[in-house]
Write a protein that binds this ligand. Structure first.
Ligand SMILES: Cc1cc2nc3c(=O)[nH]c(=O)nc-3n(C[C@H](O)[C@H](O)[C@H](O)COP(=O)(O)OP(=O)(O)OC[C@H]3O[C@@H](n4cnc5c(N)ncnc54)[C@H](O)[C@@H]3O)c2cc1C
Length: 423
């Protein structure tokens, strides 16, 4: 099937507007340390401008207050937003809220649970923050079926108890989507619950210090450790069906993962701009860096890897548009680990080309690289996606021994087939 990534004139002009807006109005803000409490005053006028352009919440369908048209269009918009960590927030397209909104929408469509609607509406309007609480410190996050947090039924409610950590925006969220065990074991043992952050028994212990934020602060990009101590929520706050939590989480993580990849392309584009500019400006050992073979290799490899990553991302988006998220899961997993590697490699080369300047906080590269390292872990570590891709590719392959390509047998067959001509 021919793949078509063509873009109409309207989207072209929207993308041009986005690029100018992100470069001129958002990227300069990165250089200021704006306290979280002051952010709304700075961000709201920018968000208003985005809303006027009809570009707010680009991942959500129009019916839910978003501006979504197709995954390919979304990929191109996100590519621009990825240039700055603040841009997705200004456009109401940041993680984990974008994925959480998609999850709530799916659950509402599946179960017609009206109790979830006001939460979804506030999220899509950019009026609040949310968090997705799945990972636990005591068990491997890569295997969700090890989750220990429980949700027990008590009359018309559920009582949730457990310990979570690395919950992005856990300390600023108005509500959590908590993954908990509603059955001892089995593939249908996990469910998702909406838990308001002010529920009795919710205790945010701390924001976890990380490679990106050595001094953790509650705010954008923070990750919290949280105790849910006998937290009672009404049964209407079950998101989707009981026992179907993992299926729903997968439906959320598919789009969530590809949106990360789309944004990483934006990070890579910005890194490439810095790399090329420096290579064309720095003079040493008798010529500019751009004339040195080893620098040329870094530039050429980065260019080729980024092209491959971008085309793989667009292809996955195109397949999601044509056949749905489930059909594109192999492509999505492949770009998740491939893209994370390309992102880290390109940033590392960009830093190297800049020498000490790249390592210094006078350039944004070191911060971009520290943030990028997590890309190989969150939303499924590299190895988990590799395992998934390999499993999908080998599923349905029948065991054959000797191999189909075994030359002695092929030769025998060929001799038989063309016996007349060969005699
Ligand atoms: C920046 C950031 C933000 C995050 N945000 C959230 C959030 O909002 N909500 C949330 O619930 N969680 C969040 N997480 C947690 C994240 O989902 C987990 O870190 C991830 O699922 C891996 O789980 P783990 O850390 O327990 O590592 P483990 O599961 O203990 O895995 C450790 C390592 O083992 C290797 N490995 C795993 N499986 C295999 C395998 N099958 N074969 C070979 N090797 C394997 C991988 O290298 C992996 O890194 C976030 C993490 C980070 C870094």
């Amino acid at each position: 099937v021919p793949i078509d990534f063509s873009v109409d004139e309207e989207l072209k002009s929207k993308l041009a507007w986005c690029l100018e807006f992100v470069r001129e109005e958002i990227e300069p803000l990165e250089t200021l340390s704006i306290p979280f409490e002051k952010l709304p005053r700075v961000l709201e006028p920018l968000r208003e401008e985005v809303r006027r352009q009809g570009l707010f919440a680009p991942h959500m369908p129009l019916k839910w207050g978003g501006s979504f048209t197709s995954q390919v269009d979304l990929a191109l918009v996100n590519e621009v937003l990825g240039r700055s960590w603040l841009a997705p927030v200004v456009f109401g397209a940041h993680a984990p809220d974008a994925g959480n909104a998609e999850l709530l929408m799916l659950a509402i469509e599946q179960t017609d649970n009206q109790a979830l609607v006001p939460w979804l509406e506030r999220l899509v309007a950019g009026a609040t923050w949310s968090a997705f609480a799945m990972t636990e410190p005591e068990v491997a996050g890569s295997d969700p079926y090890l989750i220990r947090t429980t949700a027990r039924r008590r009359q018309d409610s559920y009582v949730i108890s457990g310990h979570k950590w690395f919950i992005t925006h856990g300390s600023i969220a108005e509500f959590f989507l908590v993954v908990a065990r509603t059955k001892e074991e089995g593939r249908d043992s996990l469910s998702i619950f909406l838990v308001p952050a002010d529920s009795p028994g919710v205790r945010v212990i701390r924001d976890v210090a990380t490679m990106e934020h050595l001094t953790p602060e509650s705010g954008i990009g923070s990750h919290a450790e949280i105790i849910f101590d006998e937290v009672e929520v009404p049964q209407e706050f079950l998101v989707g069906q009981e026992g179907r939590g993992m299926a729903l989480a997968q439906a959320r993580l598919g789009p969530g993962r590809i949106q990360h990849c789309m944004r990483w392309i934006g990070v890579c584009n910005r890194a490439m701009e810095m790399m090329l500019e420096r290579a064309a400006s720095r003079y040493l050992h008798g010529s500019l860096l751009r004339d040195k073979g080893m620098a040329q290799r870094m530039i050429a490899e980065s260019y080729a890897e980024l092209e491959a990553f971008r085309l793989m991302t667009l292809k996955a988006a195109w397949r999601m548009d044509k056949e749905g998220t489930r059909a594109a899961m192999t492509e999505i997993s492949a770009i998740k680990f491939f893209g994370a590697r390309v992102l880290n490699d390109i940033l590392d080369r960009t830093l190297q080309i800049h020498g000490a300047l790249g390592y210094s906080a006078d350039m944004p590269i070191q911060a971009m690289l520290r943030a990028a390292r997590a890309a190989r872990i969150y939303d499924g570590a590299d190895e988990v996606h590799m395992m998934f891709v390999a499993r999908n590719l080998t599923a349905g392959i029948n065991p054959v021994d000797p191999p189909s390509e075994w030359i002695p047998r092929r030769r025998e067959k060929a001799l038989k087939k063309w016996a007349d001509r060969l005699s």
